[in-house]
Write a protein that binds this ligand. Structure first.
Ligand SMILES: [Fe+2]
Length: 289
């Protein structure tokens, strides 16, 4: 069966079949890379990749961002290594609960992520989908007054802020994303480094727009997320074991959907670093207040 790229009915996302990601031909990779830039989310059903194959596929997109020292792939799961399930008040579960809010990966780091690759290993009997929202189409759909209002605005991005909003207070040094409390500042409107398309760079980690009162900033950012994450700009994927998805963190938001935590959900995740030329946040000493 030849490679087939079938767009979803949303403004983002395509289903890719007829390819074995563990044995990619160069011509297939070229088609996948083009489709990634066009559709921003690519869903590859039934790949059943080994960790090594998932890491190799991620390397096609760029350097790997290591979330844990000495590990290029991590589990995103409510199941511990010994097979038992986490309790709802555990640190890891609080992070999973945070993932249920619309976000883009590593926007709270000095260098935001380019791409994320997720594979499903164990899925719950209901819920646990992942959804993506198209921030290119969202920007295009804004009225001209809003486009003008946000054109020069930036927001800080912080995992302390986003976890704090769901009631999870975290101390410095508690884990990935909690190394320092110095938040990066990023423009609300991002220009894609390859396609040149403008998109909204927002999500749950964004807060504290300089020049706006905190409540005004929070309302604007919440309103933008609410507007942006609506059909036809959203796509939901119900996972089956073996599915692989890659998405472009530079122009989409994503979130996990809830599921019954008495069941296991085991996903394997590799994150690809952004290009410092386009994903490195503004340095504090370059910020003009
Ligand atoms: Fe995420």
């Amino acid at each position: 069966m030849p490679l087939a790229i079938t767009p979803t009915r949303a403004t983002l996302g395509a289903i890719v079949t007829g390819v074995d990601l563990a044995n990619l031909e160069d011509a297939e990779w070229a088609a996948i890379e083009r489709a990634f830039l066009t559709h921003a989310v690519l869903i590859f059903p039934g790949q059943h990749l080994s960790d090594a194959a998932q890491i190799n596929f991620a390397r096609r997109f760029g350097a790997i961002e290591q979330l844990v020292a000495d590990r290029e792939i991590v589990s995103i799961s409510n199941q511990r290594a010994d097979g038992t399930l986490m309790k709802d008040d555990e640190f890891g579960m609080q992070l999973l609960r945070g993932n249920e809010g619309w976000h883009t990966d590593s926007s709270y780091m000095p260098l935001a992520a380019k791409a994320s690759i997720l594979s499903a290993h164990v899925v719950p009997s209901a819920g646990g989908q992942t959804e993506w929202a198209d921030m290119r189409a969202a920007y295009d759909a804004l009225d001209e007054a809003t486009k003008a209002r946000i054109a020069t605005l930036s927001a800080y991005h912080s995992l302390y802020y986003s976890q704090g909003r769901i009631g999870h207070k975290v101390a410095v040094g508690s884990g990935y994303g909690f190394h320092t409390d110095e938040p990066p500042l990023r423009p609300l409107v991002k220009v894609h480094p390859v396609t040149g398309r403008k998109s909204l760079f927002i999500g749950r980690h964004a807060y504290g727009i300089p020049g706006l009162a905190p409540e005004e900033s929070e309302k604007l950012l919440d309103d933008l997320v609410t507007f942006a994450c609506q059909p036809p700009r959203t796509y939901s994927h119900a996972w089956r074991p073996g599915d692989v998805v890659v998405w472009d963190n530079r122009c989409v938001l994503h979130r996990a959907r809830p599921f019954d935590h008495r069941e296991a959900r085991v996903m394997r995740h590799v994150r690809v670093s952004g290009d410092p030329a386009s994903e490195l946040a503004v340095q504090r000493d370059r910020i003009a207040h």
